[in-house]
Ligand binder design. Structure first.
Ligand SMILES: Cc1cc2nc3c(=O)[nH]c(=O)nc-3n(C[C@H](O)[C@H](O)[C@H](O)COP(=O)(O)OP(=O)(O)OC[C@H]3O[C@@H](n4cnc5c(N)ncnc54)[C@H](O)[C@@H]3O)c2cc1C
Length: 293
């Protein structure tokens, strides 16, 4: 049970840290966010609700569904989304029945014979992260969790590999390309091939790649061309779009799925792989419960 107002330090200001800070503050805690001035993979995320590369299981699913409802509640746009995959996705039946159906043949890109049309949140990531930001973020690199007094929430993503001495956390690089949005672009992902098109309001994100063990955040121009070429096989209209830029980031993948638990005065919340946004609110609600223990 909630024992009252507590001072909590959240370490990390990616989508996980910011959502945890928001949830803790809403629950009445006094929260300080401390974050290094290092790149966040959250800035690279496409913004689609999709439980991808994060493990499987009932708890994960409940976090994802809780996040879906929260995102819809705060006004995030629900998009028609075409999911292409050889196997039926493990999370499909968790969606409300009126939000998913099998794709009709005429809705499938050339060469595909199976897919699902879903209604899912598509987040404008820069705006979402900005809206979650507290007025002050203390810019500091934490060298050891033991150096931070009081109740601490460790939301350092990939850096938890060192800070929590957790060798099961590994980087899985992903690159995305940003192009202008042109009429008729579908919101679509071929998960087997890891190629997607996400038409956001100000731009369209074409991704991605999934490269475990690759620690480079440098953009690869050859990959940019390849992503655009593969994207055009899903949506020929992409040929009309103008290139705006490209980004690469490192997904914090953890063997066995994200860690959300409490050890003494440290609550860990890291290792969300390819689905940090998708799991963000569900995990943050769990962190609030752990803070009250
Ligand atoms: C190409 C690509 C596309 C993606 N698309 C999606 C998508 O559509 N939907 C989805 O749900 N997920 C997506 N993801 C996954 C998503 O980006 C991650 O799961 C999520 O951003 C992880 O968030 P995080 O807050 O844990 O990490 P980060 O965003 O990396 O934040 C970590 C924070 O910790 C801080 N930090 C690190 N070390 C220290 C330290 N020692 N001291 C203080 N602060 C520290 C950093 O400065 C940063 O603020 C995508 C990922 C990639 C690469």
């Amino acid at each position: 049970m909630f024992a009252g107002r507590t001072d909590v330090t959240v370490i990390g200001a990616g989508v996980i840290g910011l959502t945890c800070a928001h949830a803790l503050e809403s629950a009445g805690h006094r929260v300080t966010v401390v974050a290094a001035d290092s790149p966040r993979v959250s800035d690279v995320a496409g913004g689609l609700w999709l439980p991808y590369a994060t493990g499987e299981g009932d708890e994960l699913l409940s976090w994802a569904i809780e996040t879906y409802a929260w995102l819809e509640g705060i006004g995030v746009r629900i998009r028609e989304y075409l999911h292409l995959e050889t196997e039926e996705p493990w999370w499909l039946n968790a969606l409300p029945r009126d939000r998913v159906r099998s794709a009709r043949a005429r809705e499938l890109p050339a060469g595909y014979d199976r897919g699902w049309v879903c209604q899912v949140p598509l987040v404008e990531m820069p705006r979402h992260l900005k809206a979650l930001e507290p007025r002050v973020i203390v810019r500091r690199t934490v060298a050891s969790l033991a150096d931070v007094p009081g109740l601490v929430v460790n939301c350092t993503g990939l850096a938890a590999r060192e800070l929590a001495a957790d060798p099961t956390v590994v980087a899985a690089r992903g690159q995305v390309v940003h192009v202008t949005t042109v009429p008729g672009l579908p919101c679509v992902c071929d998960e087997d091939e890891m190629i997607y098109i996400l038409p956001r309001e100000d731009r369209t994100v074409v991704g991605g790649s999934y490269e475990p063990g690759n620690d480079s955040t440098a953009v690869d121009p050859v990959q940019t061309e390849r992503l655009l070429a593969r994207g055009r096989t899903l949506a020929p209209q992409l040929a009309e779009a103008k290139l705006l830029g490209a980004q690469a980031g490192l997904r914090p993948v953890r063997r066995g799925g994200p860690r959300v638990d409490r050890v003494g005065d440290v609550i860990h919340c890291y290792g969300h792989g390819g689905a940090g946004l998708t799991l963000s609110w569900g995990c943050a609600r769990r962190v609030v419960e752990l803070a009250a223990e």
